[in-house]
Design a protein around this ligand. Structure first.
Ligand code: NAD
Length: 498
């Protein structure tokens, strides 16, 4: 059986004793196994990154950018292969995988401008014959730990910018679907990244804990569920590292009575059920203002759910593939049972779905709950499956209060034709990313991504301008070249322009 190994110092290594099966979610057949790195293997990767750092930090940024240009080309040339690897392990439909990869490529495109992004700030004559400037220096060895749901895109949020800024990197992808991240890293080597500058270790908690506590690692970027995000943040910062840690979500769409309900329903279908709802920006709750809005929306959603095509992700005629694992499917089914017990109305039940030819796959049809209330578990917790909850409120303010009171603050959106209401909403809602008639307001690569509240731990957001600041540290120089022959004597007061 094929073993997915690690990339350490430019070579594929797979000598670990522990392994985990890789399973095709569409059939539950074991397709390969992934090596789970021991502490010693991760330390080898950190050693390789530490050894490569001094030379890499001095490579001119324009040369590092040229590697990113080549990487972009290679990603485009190999897009079909990357998406096939991704779909076979994750399950999402190929077209959706292509959309994910394109977002990753856009991050690489942004990184191509790194000489401009790294430019410092200069002030002439801050005092007599004194100039001062700030520059942004790399940190050293950085690490990234990524989730299963965007196995191509999220690693590309991290390592291209980190290494373009002059750092070296150790990536720990999700052990559930590691193959495309490893393949993309190999494309990075082909593009010209020197051995040791980019390393990939596959593994679980043992690998993560080693990255979080090894003193040579200067900074950690994490994306995953909130309990692990919080753990990574507290453990990494206690070990003296810079940490940015992105967690789970519960994203609400507020639908006003004046919204274009046909377009809102179509937008909500993709946002709720695309990728089986396994997206941190998925809309999982619709808050409808007024019973008439809710009634109309539920009818439109039911009609569109009846048309939804669920099946193997390798077939682009399908809208929704299988869930990533049987365990996650069963967990989501458990939430559906809880919702019924809590008194929510299951308007569409997607359980019990079988797909011809793929009877053993992790299939779960789209589910729609109506009359969900605050305090129900299906509202308070992240379900991370194809389950959309409809809540009914009387006023916009009541809807906004529900959204603000939620533990998570990743994304939200409003559907309305009323500019004043939209502006009030975007100005005041306590959520990091806001859409106005845009259901998935995932920022483009040259903005930055990040939620509020328990969806993010740490200060800076992911990718875009914030990532340049995250992967560098400011140094400020003050320089004086006094005219020769001038004698100034000793001064004991603090230097100022008094
Ligand atoms: P996860 O937290 O289970 O795993 C994420 C990473 O943490 C993986 O690499 C995994 O190996 C590692 N990990 C898991 N358990 C660990 C432990 N006990 N100790 C140390 N490391 C551990 O998340 P997942 O199931 O892979 O991904 C889904 C979650 O990620 C959802 O909650 C989703 O909302 C979130 N997510 C958030 C964003 C965002 O930007 N906010 C983006 C994508 C996904």
């Amino acid at each position: 059986m094929q073993t997915v190994g690690h990339l350490i110092n430019g070579k594929i290594v797979a000598t670990d004793q522990r392994h985990q099966d890789l399973v095709n979610p569409s059939t539950n057949e074991v397709t390969a196994r992934v090596a789970l790195a021991s502490k010693a293997t991760v330390e080898d990767a950190i050693s390789a990154a530490a050894a490569a750092y001094p030379a890499w930090r001095d490579v001119p940024p324009i040369k590092r950018a040229r590697i990113m240009f080549r990487l972009k080309d290679l990603l485009e040339q190999n897009a079909d292969k990357i998406c096939e690897l991704l779909t076979r392990e994750h399950g999402k439909v190929l077209n959706d995988a292509m959309g994910e990869l394109q977002r990753g490529i856009e991050n690489v495109e942004y990184t191509c401008g790194v000489p401009e992004l790294l430019k410092g700030e200069h002030s002439r004559n801050v005092g007599p014959a004194i100039d001062s400037w700030s520059e942004f220096q790399p940190l050293g060895v950085c690490a990234g730990i990524t989730p299963f749901n965007f196995p191509a895109m999220v690693p590309l949020w991290m390592w291209p910018m980190a290494i373009a800024c002059g750092n070296t990197f150790v990536l720990k992808p999700s052990e559930r679907d590691p193959s495309c991240a490893l393949f993309i890293a190999q494309l990075g080597m082909e593009a010209g990244i020197p051995p040791g500058v980019l390393n990939v270790v596959n593994g679980d908690k043992e690998a993560v804990d080693t990255l979080l506590t090894d003193k040579r690692v200067q900074a950690v970027s994490f994306v995953g569920s909130t309990p692990i995000a919080e753990y990574v943040y507290t453990t990494g910062t206690a070990s003296g590292k810079r940490v940015q840690s992105f967690g789970g979500a519960k994203n609400h769409a507020l639908v006003l009575p004046d919204a274009d309900l046909d377009n809102a329903a179509s937008a909500l279908m993709g946002a709720a059920y695309g990728s089986c709802g396994e997206r941190c920006m998925a809309i999982s709750v619709v808050v409808a203002v007024g019973d008439a809005t809710a009634d109309a929306l539920v009818e439109k959603l039911k009609a569109q759910i009846a048309e939804l095509k669920v099946g193997d992700g390798m077939d682009n005629n399908n809208d929704m593939g299988p869930m990533v694992t049987r365990a996650l499917k069963e967990k989501v089914e458990g939430y559906i049972a809880t919702g019924i017990e809590e008194g929510a109305e299951l308007a569409v039940d997607g359980r019990g779905l079988t797909v011809a030819g793929f009877e053993n796959g992790n299939y779960l049809g789209a589910c729609l709950f109506d009359r969900v209330k605050q305090g129900m578990v299906i509202h308070s917790e992240e379900i991370f499956g194809p389950v959309l909850c409809v809540m009914r409120v009387e006023t916009v303010q009541e809807g906004m209060d529900i959204i603000d009171a939620h533990e998570y603050g990743n994304g939200t959106c409003i559907f309305t034709r009323d500019g004043e209401a939209a502006r009030y909403f975007s100005d005041n809602i306590k959520i990091g990313m806001v859409g106005i008639n845009v259901p998935l307001p995932v920022p483009v690569a040259y903005q930055s991504f990040g939620g509020w509240k328990h969806s993010r731990f740490g200060d800076l957001h992911a990718y875009g301008p914030d990532s340049v600041r995250f992967y560098t540290v400011r140094k400020t120089m003050t320089q004086r070249w006094p005219a020769s022959g001038v004698r100034e004597g000793v001064q004991f007061s603090f230097p100022s322009h008094h």
